[in-house]
Design a protein around this ligand. Structure first.
Ligand SMILES: [Zn+2]
Length: 624
């Protein structure tokens, strides 16, 4: 976010994101971003036609959403890592786009062969990439290019209102228009934002009278589409800034409630393969929906400062996001499942409208949108970890090893967080200032963290769960503080009365032996099926009243590839019995037996690992 220089008419954000480049990843997060840049993200432009020969750089391949999607993720990736090679690529791309703006103001190809001319949707995406690029580089050409394209868009909407994807995803357009307004103070932009809102789909109405309570098997529909819904979560929040209407804020909570109640999964996401798919953990969720849900939450926490948004952001980031990638991030799935016991090409499939390759790991399984859009996940999480508070302080809204450089009241502040969180429960902060200065520091205490404690020197402070704990003091020189957020085991009852296990921000799943079989393509970007080599059909013996008695955790070291079955930094042991009648049907875990279940099989010790470390897993278990 840019420093706001104008007297903005938009509602103040509780927390203001820092300009790209202010936050640097450390520890496991730095390592994960390096895995990403060494995988598909850093190489897609070298061999994947829709980027390598994109219409956006004058090529003959797709000239619509794919290159903008890729840029929207690799711009933050490059600047977070300060990666010279990736930055050079980006400069070339942005330079081409800026120097080839059409005389009428349109940015990028006016028409791709498959889509209508002057489609606003790809403009919404490229603006997100451009605004991040501007924050990192201060390249003034971006400002003049955005002004031109927005003037063109403003006229265009009078001639032809929003349609298709742009109509569903209007809030992404408004986000960038608001960014530009707060950058320049030009009032006409508020009218443009209103036009986008008024022509856009009314998601608040959709969820106020929510009709889709079951798995859908009908054909394509914009309004029940999983990615559109994940993007829509932020839409009333985005509009609240301009409307100042409390009903818009309330609507955000209603959307979350409906999606959780009828389609929710234990990792915080909802199913859609690729339309609403119900509560069954064998149904899928598309990767685009995972990263878009994260982006929605990063915005909502900034607008409203509610800890619940941060809790869910962490849950999705540490579980659903990494689980859907091959650990080296050279392959991804289109659809992931909470109970995912086999990943193979399946003509006989559980997905309502998605195709036979939807849950193999590959370059572009099912459809290439995720191949283009997946890059924003980890980088935008990293670039939103620290924010400036509305009262001029510093806030950390989600936890991962990182540091932030920020100027507060004329003093340079460097804040470092060293931690193995979410695997460990200790957070070690070091705050350095170049001169003595008073400012508030806000530390997020998750809703699940009962008994959190903050230590500064000899002071021990109790912090309340579900709050941003505020510490106001004079910070001088170097100050260390430690936060301990205790992680207790939580057992939840889910589909067919099954049980799922959470501890802190992590969800735990059965570790299943895997055999990877290459089915297509060339390494490193090949397509893979994954077959189970160990049994998976277990019911658990768990003492729900006192779960710590029946689940034992063991913390290991956080290695080079924490989000992999072998590299799991923490494991848990539980006991269970096989349920022989629970088998694979339609190439997925068959109907989940209704709990409680009976089994006369021997009691076995089972190993659970974090969901994000798995490729195959059972997450919702029958209970004995
Ligand atoms: Zn996708």
């Amino acid at each position: 976010m840019n420093e706001i220089k104008i007297d903005s008419k938009l509602a103040k954000r509780k927390f203001i994101p820092l300009p790209l480049g202010s936050i640097k990843p450390r520890g496991w997060l730095l390592n994960q971003l390096r895995i990403q840049v060494n995988g598909l993200s850093g190489h897609l432009d070298e061999f994947w036609a829709d980027i390598a020969r994109s219409g956006w750089i004058g090529g003959d391949a797709e000239g619509w959403e794919r290159a903008p999607y890729w840029l929207d993720g690799i711009v933050p990736l490059a600047f977070l890592l300060d990666d010279a090679k990736l930055k050079e690529k980006i400069h070339k791309w942005i330079d081409y786009i800026l120097t080839h703006q059409n005389p009428d103001g349109w940015l990028g190809p006016i028409k791709d062969t498959r889509y209508k001319e002057y489609d606003p949707w790809p403009i919404f995406i490229i603006m997100k990439a451009m605004t991040q690029y501007y924050e990192a580089t201060k390249d003034e050409r971006v400002i003049s290019a955005l002004r031109k394209v927005l003037i063109r868009l403003d006229k265009l909407l009078d001639e032809r209102p929003l349609f298709d994807w742009g109509k569903s995803r209007w809030a992404d357009g408004v986000l960038s228009v608001h960014w530009f307004y707060e950058c320049t103070g030009e009032e006409w932009l508020l009218n443009l934002a209103k036009k986008l809102h008024d022509q856009g789909y009314n998601w608040s109405e959709h969820f106020a009278d929510f009709k889709y309570k079951e798995r859908l098997t009908i054909g394509f529909d914009q309004t029940t589409h999983v990615v559109n819904n994940a993007m829509a979560i932020k839409s009333p929040g985005v509009w609240f800034r301009q409307s100042h209407n409390e009903a818009d804020k309330k609507s955000v909570y209603q959307i979350l409630e409906m999606l959780d109640r009828y389609h929710g999964q234990v990792t915080g996401i909802f199913t859609g393969d690729e339309h609403y798919a119900g509560l069954n953990p064998s149904q899928g969720t598309e990767l685009c929906a995972v990263v878009e849900y994260m982006f929605s939450l990063e915005n909502l926490i900034s607008f409203f400062g509610d800890v619940a948004f941060s809790d869910r952001l962490e849950k999705i980031t540490f579980n659903a996001l990494p689980a859907t990638f091959k650990p080296d991030m050279w392959a991804h799935q289109y659809d992931q499942q909470a109970n995912q016991v086999i990943c193979k090409h399946s003509e006989d499939k559980v997905y309502a409208t998605n195709g036979p390759d939807s849950n193999i790991f590959g370059l572009e399984p099912n459809y290439g949108c995720c191949t283009a859009n997946m890059h924003q996940g980890f980088p935008k999480f990293a670039s939103h970890l620290w924010m400036k508070s509305e009262d001029g302080g510093l806030a950390i809204i989600a936890y991962a090893p990182s540091e932030a450089d920020i100027s507060l009241s004329g003093s340079s502040v460097n804040a470092i967080l060293e931690t193995d969180y979410p695997f460990d429960d200790k957070l070690n902060f070091t705050i350095k200032t170049d001169k003595a200065i008073e400012f508030p520091l806000y530390l997020r205490i998750p809703n699940w963290a009962e008994g959190a404690e903050i230590k500064i020197g000899n002071d021990v402070i109790k912090a309340k769960s579900g709050t941003f704990h505020k510490i106001v003091r004079e910070w001088s020189g170097t100050t260390s503080l430690t936060v301990h957020i205790p992680m207790r085991v939580v057992i939840s009852r889910r589909y067919h009365n099954s049980v799922a296990i959470e501890r802190g921000a992590l969800v735990y799943s059965l570790k299943i032996g895997e055999e990877w079989k290459k089915v297509k393509g060339e390494e490193p970007h090949a397509d893979w099926e994954v077959y189970p080599t160990t049994d998976w059909n277990y019911a658990l013996e768990i003492n729900e009243a006192n779960p710590e008695e029946s689940i034992k955790f063991e913390l290991k070291t956080v290695g080079d590839c924490p989000f992999s079955p072998e590299g799991a930094p923490i494991i848990a042991k539980v006991k269970g019995r096989k349920v022989p009648e629970w088998t694979i049907e339609h190439n997925a875990a068959g109907p989940l037996p209704e709990s409680p279940v009976k089994s006369s099989e021997p009691l076995e010790e089972l190993t659970l690992i974090p969901y994000g470390c798995t490729n195959l897993r059972v997450t919702e278990f029958p209970k004995l």
